[in-house]
Structure formats: structure tokens, C-alpha cells
Design a binder for this molecule. Structure first.
Ligand code: SAH
Length: 251
């Protein structure tokens, strides 16, 4: 059984207990070395074989998994954040299916949640936005029809843009073309929850220049929307004039 594990955004304590136990008992560890904090692996068994998948292609990753299975060794595959978000673990699971190798997925704290946490913000503010769009800019991976940033921007939802901090000029142009006012707040968070985390706050008009001045070129998320501001409606859930399943309204 191969275990795919979400390593969380960076802080090694933001790893699930289940993920930690599996990493600490693994004989073979394949981790996404470009982003996973090596401290997440610090409890590994002595003699565990550790592979950095940044240096491997899909065939090589599968070969390591297949060999571990044959030798009766426990193999874990450690992805950053949660594997279900730009983790490319689907293609690995499909290859394992073809080989008849069983696997499981242990979820992790995605960087978009780590980012909201370090900003002390909620993506779903009543009266502002009740929808979160997780997306990226078109790069080597093309965007499917209808998913260009400009199309998504039309919703004026809370937006989280992965993998794209190097293209902030184009990004802000597309956000404007999609209808966001230039004054819309934007935050760029570099390495959320890591010791060298950086936060840059601005608007669609000035964020690109601020981020350049801060020297951030990768490993950052861009979040956009009025949820970053201070105007919103209070929730019905905790409204004292509102009855819920668990609580009577007060006069
Ligand atoms: N599966 C991961 C995302 C992998 S894609 C997750 O759930 O978070 C890699 C991109 O994620 C990076 O280019 C960056 O945009 C973002 N990212 C990953 N870790 C981050 C962190 N700690 N802080 C900010 N952005 C991060």
C-alpha cells in the first residue's frame, strides 16, 4: 500500500497525525523536494531511503514505488499542501491501478488555507463573497475553455491564484479586464507558515510593483477580493435574533 500524504504548507507541525505516523514508519520516502519542508521528514526511520521527486520523472517515481511494494517495504509519497490541488497525484494513482498496487491518500493543509490563516482572513464573508475560486494563470499547462483568469474574474468571488506570482503584471491586467475595480485588495503570501514567510498587501493597481520590490518570484499565492477588506455582514449563524437548529433566538 502506497500512502500519498499532504505535507501541509510548510510548518512541519501542520501535518496530520496520520501523515506523520506514516512518514515516521516508512522504509521508502518520495517527497516533492522543490516545496515540501524537509523538516516534515525529520522523524524518519534510520536507514529509510529518501528520494526527491523534483529530480525524477513519472516513470522513475513509479519504479521506486513498484520496487518498494515488491520488496515488502512501506512507501510514502509526500506532496506539498494537499495532493488534490496541483499535486499531479492522479496520474500516479492511475499508474498504480494499472499495476494492481493499492494506495491511500492522507489529506493535508493546502497552502491556500495556510495563507488565509496567516492573513487572519476568511474567504467567505457574508455580503461580500460566498465562493472561493482556486486557479492559476495559463503557463505551460493550458487553461481549459472558460477558465481563463479574465472569465473567472467576472464572478468577483474570492480568488486564490497558484503558481503564477511571476506573472503579476499580466495577472492584474486580466483581473481588471474581467471587471475587478483597480482598488480591489490583493495579498501575496510567500512561503506561508515557513520561518521566512513574507506578506505583501496592496491593490490590483499596485501589487505587481510591491511584490517586485519585495523580490518575490516564486512559492507564493496571490489572493484577490473584498474579503481582504473590512466591510461585510455579520453571519446569521451567530446572530442572536436568529434561531438555529441548536439555539433559540433571543428577544
Ligand atoms: N498542493 C499544493 C500546491 C502545489 S502547486 C497545495 O495544496 O498547497 C505549488 C504552488 O502552490 C506554488 O507555486 C505556490 O503558488 C503555492 N504554494 C505552495 N506552498 C506555499 C506556501 N507555503 N505559501 C504560499 N504559496 C504556496
Amino acid at each position: 500500500m502506497i500512502s500519498f500524504i499532504g505535507a501541509g504548507p510548510g510548518d512541519p507541525e501542520l501535518l496530520t497525525i496520520k501523515g506523520k505516523k506514516l512518514i515516521d514508519s516508512a522504509d521508502v520516502i518520495i517527497y516533492a523536494g522543490s516545496l515540501v519542508n524537509p523538516d516534515v521528514l525529520s522523524g524518519h526511520k534510520e536507514g529509510a531511503k529518501i528520494y526527491n521527486s523534483a529530480l525524477m520523472d513519472l516513470d522513475e517515481v513509479i519504479e521506486v514505488m513498484e520496487k518498494a511494494e515488491k520488496d515488502g517495504k512501506k512507501c510514502v509519497r509526500v506532496h506539498t499542501g494537499d495532493p488534490a490541488i496541483y499535486g499531479a497525484h492522479r496520474e500516479q494513482m492511475d499508474r498504480l491501478d494499472a499495476l494492481g498496487i493499492k494506495y491511500e491518500v492522507i489529506p493535508g493543509v493546502s497552502s491556500f488555507l495556510g495563507t488565509a490563516a496567516v492573513l487572519n482572513k476568511e474567504y467567505t464573508l457574508p455580503g461580500k463573497s460566498q465562493t472561493v475560486i482556486l486557479t492559476r494563470m495559463e503557463g505551460r499547462t493550458p487553461m481549459p475553455p472558460g477558465e481563463k483568469l479574465e472569465d473567472l474574474a467576472r464572478h468577483q468571488a474570492s480568488m486564490v491564484i497558484f503558481l503564477s506570482v511571476g506573472f503579476l503584471d499580466e495577472m492584474t491586467e486580466q483581473l481588471k479586464a474581467g471587471g475587478y475595480p483597480e482598488t480591489t485588495p490583493v495579498a501575496v503570501v510567500y512561503k506561508a507558515t515557513w520561518p521566512d514567510q513574507k506578506i505583501v498587501i496592496g491593490t490590483i493597481a499596485d501589487i505587481a510593483a510591491k511584490v517586485k520590490a519585495a523580490g518575490i518570484t516564486k512559492t507564493a499565492l496571490t489572493v484577490v477580493g473584498d474579503f481582504l477588506g473590512d466591510e461585510y455582514d455579520l453571519s446569521k449563524l451567530y446572530d442572536k435574533h436568529f434561531t438555529t437548529e441548536f439555539r433559540q433566538a433571543k428577544e
